[in-house]
Design a protein around this ligand. Structure first.
Ligand SMILES: [Zn+2]
Length: 346
């Protein structure tokens, strides 16, 4: 049987939500990952250290005793964020990074940033202390086509931030376009990008062909095949500027299968199996560890994990559970449109 042992992975972008959903989904991530950067877009959002610490404690309570898992907390940047409080929250270890959502870009992002100029003093302070900025890189202007919003953000906003603050550590999150891969590759040393398993596995046909597929709707939206191929190429290349951020984002099935369905794909359960298959399909298993376990830690100046996990390839395709059930509710689990023969053996 073919197998591969790798350093235990980290997930540099997760949504755990709160309350009952949080309890249901945290074990799906903590089972296979050592650390995660947790997004702050709750209702209401995580705006300060106190809220981040309380949220971290709720997450910790949901981690099964079998798992050793560390959530890394983020603050939701607004035009009212207090610079000195933020600085202290980073220095005393309560928060790890700041998340910038352009106002209205995705789920619960209404209080995000409208005018980048207004947060420049905060970004300058973050540059001085080495605090990472995580960016949802899409403009929200209704005149811009939804498929072009990432590229326009890079051209009009990200490039401005990078030029003004060349030493700021930036992660352009969940990139979806060839344009983003080129900008990151050619960009400054402190600029890196995360990529999700669903953007590596699917193109936009997966939303529209053969009937509307609400479970494949996410933001930034899936793009055309040439973009998916560009993402896959940089992911399997081992380039240290690209790493895994699953953007696993649970929504109840009823909220996805709706006249106005929520954006987000819940992929934590089979993410590593799917990624290993994708790397195998590209004859690039030798670079899997870099993408899921090394590159992100390197970007964030953290050590790689000490533990390892074992991935094993079977002769028969893995059969996927369709839903994560809890409390008479359910969340659809992401499944790609190709067979997956790999699985994680603890
Ligand atoms: Zn996200």
């Amino acid at each position: 049987m073919e197998q591969i042992e790798i350093i235990k992975p980290d997930d540099w972008h997760v949504h755990f939500r709160d309350n009952e959903i949080l309890k249901a989904v945290v074990p799906e991530t903590s089972r296979h990952f050592a650390r995660s950067i947790v997004m702050p877009n709750l209702v209401p959002p995580i705006l300060n250290a106190k809220q981040a610490i309380e949220y971290k404690n709720r997450i910790k309570k949901a981690i099964p005793a079998r798992d050793k898992f560390e959530p890394l907390m983020t603050i939701y940047l607004t035009e009212e964020t207090n610079k000195n409080e933020l600085k202290n929250a980073y220095k005393n270890g309560a928060v790890f990074a700041v998340k910038l959502y352009p106002a209205g870009a995705t789920t619960n992002s209404e209080s995000g940033v409208k005018d980048i100029q207004k947060v420049m003093p905060i970004l300058e302070m973050m540059t001085e202390i080495g605090m990472p900025l995580l960016i949802h890189g899409e403009v929200t202007d209704s005149n811009i086509d939804i498929f072009d919003r990432e590229k326009v953000f890079i051209d009009e906003k990200l490039d401005f931030i990078c030029k003004e603050l060349p030493n700021l550590k930036i992660t352009l999150e969940h990139i979806t376009t060839k344009d983003a891969t080129l900008y990151i590759k050619e960009g400054k040393k402190n600029l890196a990008a995360s990529i999700t398993p669903h953007h590596l596995a699917l193109n936009r046909n997966a939303i529209f062909v053969g009937g509307i597929k609400p479970h494949n709707y996410c933001l930034p939206i899936l793009k055309r095949e040439s973009h998916r191929k560009a993402l896959l190429k940089v992911a399997v290349s081992g380039n240290p500027k690209f790493f895994l951020g699953t953007d696993t984002a649970p929504h109840l099935t009823q909220d996805k299968e709706s006249a106005c369905g929520c954006a987000g794909v819940f992929n934590a359960t089979y993410c590593l199996a799917i990624l290993t298959q994708l790397f195998d399909n590209e004859n690039s298993l030798c670079n899997l560890e870099k993408f899921v376990s090394r590159n992100g830690a390197y970007h964030y100046n953290l050590k790689s994990n000490n533990e390892t996990i074992l991935m094993v390839k079977s002769n028969a395709a893995l059969s996927f559970e369709e839903y994560l059930y809890f409390d008479k509710q359910k969340i659809k689990i992401f499944k790609p449109d190709f067979p997956v023969y790999w699985n994680v053996i603890q």
